[in-house]
Ligand binder design. Sequence first.
Ligand code: ZN
Length: 170
Amino acid sequence: MSDCCGGDTCGEKKTPEDSGLPLCPECGKKGKKVERVTLMALLTPQARGRLTDDAWRFCGTGGCDVVYFSGERILRQEDVNVRVGQKETDPSRYVCYCFNHTVQSIRDEFEKTGKTTVVESITEKIKAKKCACEYTNPQGTCCLRNVRAAVKEVISGKYSTNGRERKKAS
Ligand SMILES: [Zn+2]
């Protein structure tokens, strides 16, 4: 059904169909197809009523208010039952919906212990088949790529609570 959590390349796979995907009507960026189960699990009842049988795609662009689109039809954050972390920049945003990791929780661990175990922790649970990305994550796929990106940002000091003068990783 999806390539989620299937193995080592989890969340990083670039499938050939990635090129030439339909574009978000608002930001013009490519969107990845989402499975219907994801939409059914995460949309508000009103928004579910507006679903069509066509393929719906997820817009992952930060700052773009469109969450899902199908042609010119769009669904926004207000149509989704969870906060769409991919759209937010606040450290309280979710990066892993199955196990409730936020940028903040990753940062807190890093500042307390000097390291982060979040990727290992999630990978372990994925192996134990404890994840449910297609029901919890608005993008409908494994979060690991988002988590790795967040880890990088945390390590670079982007969200540091003690002094923001650290230099950015290039
Ligand atoms: Zn968009």
